[in-house]
Design a protein around this ligand. Structure first.
Ligand code: TRP
Length: 468
């Protein structure tokens, strides 16, 4: 283990880095993709509900584990529990982080490509054909590598000198530019139709498709808050005891949601301005429909440059938080220097990312279904750990540095993260996993199974300090 561990310089530095992690392609690229496949505004409603009820308390769960242990996810679970089983489980998060960055950096590469192409107008003639010509293949590999190198360069400079310094500049820039873009978007002719699609949910659809929307909305809510992979454990591990976790956590989730909603105010009016509606669904939605709109609108080219520039910044401030998970694991657990750890994992990502850049099938499966499953299961694991292994220690950690409100909320919060949230997450996980395995069960049976899983986990994991 390294003896002098890094830490954030300032409280604002931590908050901006965490918001930087949260705000990313999830808000701008993955959200419209998931929403267009799951009923538009109906999806938005379920997603926002989960962000509030599961995301915020879940975020605090990851914060508590990180700040208590001052370690990466693997070291955190093993040092706080003294158990080989948890240590083994911790390695799942390293795998999740690797899978995440492997597809994320491909999309990051597309964004860099479009940023450059916006200057020349390369995709303006035929956006659909342009996207199909660059999305998978050797050029996609090349741009993925470029994005990966940018990510590694920042992470290589460390927590203060790299991540904190970069996100402090990037985050304000993103917010200012997005507000500008949204203001421009609202002046367009189709703005009101776009906002209607975005903001008024079809309640009938919501009722009939609730169980289909649920796993996708939950996966997306966790994705956007960077939950379930250990990013927030890692970032909080660089944090002092004097910060209020509930205040910081609420602020981070709030700001992320705000930017997400703001991004919707940019994306949907632009799409509807051309009368093309929500446009083409799938992973190419932003790149085909939005890029097409830029080509046709007044000042479209300038706006395109600004838009893809903003998205590139947002993507980078997220990808560094993905790379930081395995890097902190090597640094903490094996005493490897940060530089070497960064180089080693960058080498791995060159390969794993390229597989995603070459195959649409691999990419679609990893970026969609697999990520939804891993994040949901990962967060359930963290929260069961918080409730049943840490117990009163978690309450004490949440209270440390938190004001009056934090004192009072801590115990109800523990019941939420130990019982209610795992039930919800396991139910969600099962309802998307079972059909994949070819098992068809009614809702009642899935609920019963989820209750069974959580009870068995709780009883097996329970330690003396657990108040549950
Ligand atoms: N939240 C980021 C986004 O919306 C992506 C991200 C960064 C992430 N770190 C993560 C997602 C950890 C899941 C887990 O783009």
């Amino acid at each position: 283990m390294a003896d002098t561990r890094e830490s954030w310089q300032t409280r604002l530095g931590f908050i901006l880095a965490a918001v930087g992690s949260a705000v990313g392609l999830g808000n701008i690229w993955r959200f419209p993709w998931m929403a267009s496949e799951n009923g538009g505004a109906a999806f938005l409603v379920v997603y926002l509900g989960i962000v509030l009820l599961v995301g915020v308390p879940g975020l605090l769960g990851e914060f508590v584990i990180g700040r208590r242990s001052k370690r990466n996810p693997v070291g955190a679970l093993s040092s706080l529990s003294d158990s080989k089983g948890w240590s083994a489980f911790g390695h799942v998060f390293v795998v999740t982080a690797v899978l995440l960055l492997s597809f994320y950096s491909v999309v990051g590469g597309w964004i860099l490509r479009y940023f450059g192409a916006s200057f020349t107008g390369a995709y303006f003639g035929n956006p659909g054909a342009y996207f199909s010509s660059i999305n998978y293949g050797f050029e996609a590999v090349a741009f993925h590598v470029l994005f990966l190198f940018l990510t590694a360069a920042i992470v290589g400079f460390g927590v203060k000198g790299g991540i904190e310094r970069a996100t402090k500049v990037m985050m304000p820039a993103i917010v200012v530019l997005l507000v500008g873009l949204a203001a421009w978007g609202l002046t367009l002719d189709g703005a009101s139709a776009g906002l209607a699609f975005y903001l008024s949910p079809d309640l009938g659809y919501l009722q009939t498709h609730f169980l289909d929307i649920l796993p996708a909305a939950a996966g997306q809510a966790l994705f956007t808050l960077s939950l379930g992979a250990g990013t927030m454990v890692t970032y909080a591990s660089y944090l002092g005891e004097d910060r209020s976790l509930p205040v910081d956590g609420t602020f981070i989730a709030g700001l992320n949601t705000l930017v997400g909603v703001l991004a919707g105010f940019v994306v949907f009016p632009i799409l509807f301005a051309l009368g093309s509606g929500a446009g083409q669904p799938g992973a190419g939605a932003v790149f085909v429909s939005l890029a097409g709109a830029f080509a046709a609108l007044p000042y479209g080219q300038v706006v395109a440059v600004v838009f893809f520039g903003v998205v590139a910044l947002a993507a980078l401030s997220s990808s560094i938080s993905m790379l930081e998970i395995p890097v902190s694991f090597l640094v903490d657990e094996y005493g490897v220097s940060r530089r070497k750890a960064t180089v080693a994992f960058t080498g791995l990502f060159l390969v794993t990312g390229s597989v995603n850049a070459l195959s649409a099938q691999v990419f679609g499966f990893v970026a969609g279904t697999l990520v939804n499953l891993l994040l949901t299961g990962g967060l359930a694991g963290f929260l069961l750990f918080t409730g049943w292994v840490l117990g009163t220690d978690a309450v004490a950690e949440l209270r440390s540095g938190a004001g009056d409100l934090g004192q009072r909320l801590a115990t109800p919060w523990l019941y939420a993260v130990g019982v209610v949230l795992p039930l919800f997450l396991v139910f969600t996980l099962l309802s998307s996993l079972l059909p994949l395995l070819g098992v068809q069960l009614g809702t009642g049976a899935v609920v019963a199974l989820a209750v069974g899983v959580v009870v068995v986990c709780g009883v097996t994991l329970r330690r003396p300090q657990s108040v549950l």
